[in-house]
Every structure is written in structure tokens, then in C-alpha cells.
Design a protein around this ligand. Structure first.
Ligand code: ZN
Length: 149
């Protein structure tokens, strides 16, 4: 079992038990399905845009607490942001996950996602934490290209 700060453990468990935006909508601009075979995590994620603004991030999934809570936290964080802001937040989270435990994360940028900082010490779990974020990136690129085509 991973040793995470108790407060952070609570944030992760809270999002796992009460996932945010975990209800797929039928009118997404793009929807993707991503899997993490090494752990068995799955996420289906939809995005709705209005111009460059993220109107909705909605999803469904199964898997470990890290993958599901990370997707929940991300959806909360990115809804209402611009795609540019979302890219900055996603890059910050990716850097945190690649930090091998050397960073705490910038809470002003990442908010609740800093709770996942400890995951960066466990290489096998980083893909769990990144699953939803990669799905968002994929879906938002597809949604954007549909709108501009
Ligand atoms: Zn997992």
C-alpha cells in the first residue's frame, strides 16, 4: 500500500467514493475510451466546448482509487477553464507525476490534484493517475478539430 499523507488520502478517497461529473452525457463534442492495462483501469470521457472554453468534462470508469479519483479531480478542475488554461494545468500535473516524489505541486494551479503528489514515488501507479488526463487531452483535441473542420 502506498504511503500518502493522511489529508491527501482523504481527498483521494472522497473523490473515489463521491466522484464528480461521473455521468456520461449524450451530446458530447467528442468522447474517448482509454485503458491502463497494467492496472485494469478504464475511463470513457466526453468533452463539450464552446469556442475555446470547456463547458463539460463528463466521464464513466472503473478501476483503482488513484485512476478514478484523479479523473474526478481533473474534471472538477478543468470545467469552465479555457483550453489554454487546461493545457497549463495538465502540464503542471504531468511534471508533478514525473517528479519522483521531489515536488509537492503548485496548489494555486492544481488545487485538489496536489493530493496525488505522493503517487509520483510509485512508477507503476503514475499511469493510473494520468489516465483521465490523457483521455481529456485526446477528447479535447478531437472536439476542437471537429469544430474547426
Ligand atoms: Zn490503477
Amino acid at each position: 500500500m502506498m504511503q500518502l499523507d493522511n489529508l491527501y488520502q482523504e481527498v483521494i478517497l472522497d473523490h473515489y467514493k463521491n466522484p464528480q461529473n461521473k455521468k456520461l452525457e449524450s451530446d458530447n463534442d467528442a468522447q474517448v475510451h482509454h485503458i491502463n492495462p497494467s492496472c485494469g483501469d478504464e475511463v470513457t470521457l466526453g468533452v463539450k466546448l464552446e469556442g475555446e472554453k470547456i463547458l463539460s468534462v463528463n466521464w464513466d470508469g472503473v478501476g483503482c482509487s488513484i485512476s478514478q479519483s484523479s479523473t474526478s479531480i481533473m474534471s472538477d478542475l478543468l470545467i469552465g477553464k479555457s483550453l489554454e488554461e487546461a493545457a497549463v494545468i495538465s502540464e503542471s500535473f504531468l511534471q508533478l507525476m514525473q517528479s519522483k516524489g521531489s515536488q509537492d505541486g503548485d496548489e494555486t494551479v492544481l488545487e485538489d490534484a496536489v493530493a496525488l503528489a505522493g503517487v509520483s514515488k510509485y512508477p507503476a501507479r503514475i499511469k493510473c493517475a494520468l489516465l483521465g488526463w490523457m483521455a481529456f487531452k485526446d477528447a479535447s483535441v478531437q472536439a476542437l478539430s471537429k469544430k474547426t473542420n
